[in-house]
Design a binder for this molecule. Sequence first.
Ligand code: ADP
Length: 413
Amino acid sequence: MDLRHADLFDISPISILCEDWSGVKRAVDEVIAGGVTDFDRFLDGNPQFFFDVRRFHRILDANRSALDLLGFEDKETFLRESRVRLPANPASNVQVFRAMVRGDAVCQGERVLHTRDGRTVPILWRASLPPGPAGPEAYGRLYFFAVDVTELKRVQGALMEAQANLSHAGRLSLVGELAASLTHEVSQPLASIAGHAAAATRWLAREIPNLDEVATSLNRITAGTQHAVRVVAKMRSFARRGELSATPMKPHDCIADAVTLVEHEAHRQKTRIAIDVPAHLPPVIGDRTQIQQVIVNIAYNAIQAMQAARSPERRIAIAAAADGADAVTFTVTDSGPGIPDEVLPRIFDPFFSTKQEGMGLGLSICKTIVEEHGGRLWAANGRDGAPGGASLSFSLPVAGSLPVAGPVQPATL
Ligand code: ADP
């Protein structure tokens, strides 16, 4: 079959819009000629630019598939209503502006369309641009290709939901395993509160009540209560199935948060935990609870390994260090038996465990969490090449450096 360009445009199953961006390119060129060197900064300071240049932009043509996507019967109505139906979308426009300024041959992005018949359709779009430096006329007929990603988003959503449920189940199981020591963390201050309350009553019951002693007891009661409340609050927020969020966090805070949950178990197993984080590390980005979960899981594995091996000296060092400008690496090293060579390649496999009661899910959940954050999790033995216990490391992107993948991705559409 001999197909001409025009036929291909019309019968293509991919939605295509032909658009005139020559006037916009002229406006962008004028801004650059006016001495602007950092166009992104210019856009940040001049948000009205998106709307000012809108009047220079025109949609020239749309193929059948694009009309169907947008809910239009005929092309004429669409071309008449296109401005209303496809309002300026700064997130998408900025991609085109950047490509124009840099002379990129392609640009792409995501956006949501609100169709004439009331549907909301997420799309992926891509356009070819004149490569290299080109005058405004070269932007007179740009072709934009769009793919409906509704189904992809639905599957991604279901996957994210399943992964969030799995990591929540992992946290509940960790809380279950740590329950004995965490209960002690609460019952100990409660016992001391009861003791101080009894003492205060005795001081009051004396013929001449000793109010100073009563005040001391009451202060101790307050401190004990606050400690118990803090432990319960930490445990509750760790066990909760909250909304995932991408928050900038100081590496030291991530570690300290996690240590509060394992320190009592560590103490019970005669294990010392040392934290080593240099000052001025940049904040990392991620879901606070999930990152805490990764560190708790790894540290708890270390406590268990040293206990099982009856290691004479039990130490855990949790460190964070910059990995270039865009990432921070967290490393948890223990002084236990290490991971046998034949076991090492399998520890991240789901359901792999060398423990009698082990589920074998902890590290595989940690790996999923870290990778969804755009990072990496790996294991080795010894520290800096020296023989020694296990050393598990993971990297996380620095806030503002990388687009974060997976469930913690901020809404881009
Ligand atoms: P589980 O704790 O249920 O066994 P994980 O996925 O957390 O599941 O761990 C998988 C396996 O990795 C453990 O069974 C153990 O063999 C090994 N492992 C993990 N951390 C250490 C460690 N610090 N030292 C030695 N072996 C470890």
